[in-house]
Design a binder for this molecule. Structure first.
Ligand code: NAG
Length: 438
């Protein structure tokens, strides 16, 4: 026993370097779409009441909780970072403190390729706890008794959204009642939950179009911030030929492993970063990327979300025969496109590679964390006028065109989204003549 531990300690040379000044809290706030929901959650569980009004219906879209990376990333992380781990541990000049070196020594990547994109335990907790808080806020609407007439839960044909739905239902009804819950058959390209998978034109013109990433490319190729970042990480690790891709991978793992670990420390790979600016550089790259692929960058991106908007209004309608409580478990791509369709977090400038220093509303760390969620709640009021409350990340948000700090009339909301309700999805998503013939 003594021998074992002595050898472990003595194999790492005494370091004279200080530890990274970045705290776990600081790191957790700059992880873009890998941000764990605990950073965003609202722990105030007070019921949300309005005088002379009662919450009667709810419609909600929820991103799955914290997950594993995809297969390609898992393999790359094991291979590439395994190699860099060896270099770091075998170089006495590495500028990390003793504790960071010890952590680097015991590091191995826990996710297996067979479990690609699976929801992780912390992801289950995120959904369970979210459901519990929503139920406390709307006790009469989110009853603890399940019935198919009252509740609709739907997920896409993926493990992570299925497990997210089950975790959410566990939070509402308890584990023992889970088997009572009935779900519609999941589809991979669900027309409401994942409309963009059916939008050929968006796939061609945006998702698979190199034009959509020009701003990201320009930033990476021309910004002096990238040079600074590389200099910092090459200095800390003493790996002189470290590429931008290698450093991106370190940021990625820093994100995943920090998200997975609720109580412990951040990932040892976060320690290659010594300044908040380095994290902000990656955050900016992610924001730029999502802005053009899933946000305001191209009109078609958010325009195509109209089937979800139409579904929302059908479900909120006081006279509708739809269940009163509808929850869709879906993906980042849906949440961001929906937020953009709603006009939320829209900056008054077009985001480009020059905007690192500009304060922006479109911040993926805030708006698209794991388990990000949007709710629309219909209130029936004594004045006979149905009204709607909109929430994102469990906080009230104002849809542009609705009054600030009060409920929005359903009729006002319908008027704002008049065009969306006409929703010619096939027309929006059809390829242009020229594209078809090319
Ligand atoms: C369900 O919705 C209908 C119509 O809005 C309403 O009359 C009813 O009270 C709602 N049920 C609950 C439990 O709120």
């Amino acid at each position: 026993m003594f021998m074992c531990c002595l050898s472990v300690i003595s194999s790492i040379p005494d370091s004279k370097f200080p530890c990274s000044p970045l705290t776990r809290e600081e790191i957790e706030n700059h992880l873009s779409t890998k941000t764990p929901y605990r950073v965003r959650q609202n722990l105030n569980e007070e019921p949300i009441t309005f005088e002379d009004c009662q919450p009667r219906r709810i419609w909600s879209v929820i991103r799955h909780g914290t997950r594993n990376p995809g297969k390609k990333d898992i393999k790359k992380i094991k291979k590439v970072l395994g190699k860099h781990q060896g270099k770091i541990l075998n170089n006495p000049d590495v500028q990390m403190c003793q504790k960071e070196l010890e952590k680097m020594k015991s590091w191995y990547f826990k996710a297996q390729p067979e479990q690609e994109k699976f929801l992780v335990p912390i992801g289950e907790d995120e959904l369970i706890e979210l459901a519990e808080r929503l139920q406390k806020r709307f006790p009469a609407l989110l009853t603890e008794d399940y019935s198919q007439k009252h509740y609709l839960f739907k997920y896409t044909a993926t493990q992570r959204t299925l497990k997210s739905a089950e975790s959410f239902c566990t939070g509402l009804f308890g584990r023992h009642k889970l088997s009572q819950v009935l779900y519609p058959s999941p589809v991979h390209k669900d027309p409401i939950l994942r409309f963009y998978k059916l939008c050929t034109r968006w796939k061609n013109e945006v998702d698979k179009n190199p034009e959509a990433t020009v701003e990201v490319d320009k930033f990476i190729e021309t910004s002096p911030l990238i040079e600074e970042l590389l200099k910092e990480v090459r200095g800390v690790t003493q790996i002189k030929d470290l590429s931008f891709d290698d450093v991106s991978l370190m940021y990625k793992v820093c994100g995943y492993e920090t998200a997975w670990n609720k109580y412990g420390e951040h990932s040892p790979w976060c320690n290659v970063f010594r300044t908040t600016q380095s994290l902000q550089v990656f955050e900016f790259i992610e924001d730029l990327d999502y802005y053009y692929i899933d946000g305001y960058g191209f009109e078609i991106t958010h325009k195509q979300a109209c089937p979800a908007i139409k579904d929302l209004f059908e479900h909120l309608e006081p006279t509708s025969t739809h269940p009163n409580a509808t929850f869709y478990f879906t993906h980042s791509g849906t949440v961001l496109k929906l937020l953009s369709h709603l006009g939320l977090y829209k900056d008054d400038f077009v985001l480009t590679h020059n905007d690192f220093d500009k304060k922006r509303k479109f911040e993926t760390s805030k708006i698209d964390a794991f388990a990000s969620n949007i709710q629309f709640v219909l209130y029936e009021c004594d004045d006979g006028e149905p009204k709607v409350l909109t929430m994102h990340q469990e906080k009230v948000v104002t849809i542009p065109g609705c009054p600030e700090d009060s409920l929005c009339k359903l009729s006002t909301l319908k008027n704002i989204f008049k065009e969306s309700l006409e929703c010619d999805f096939d027309g929006i998503c059809q390829l242009n003549q020229s594209e078809e013939s090319s």
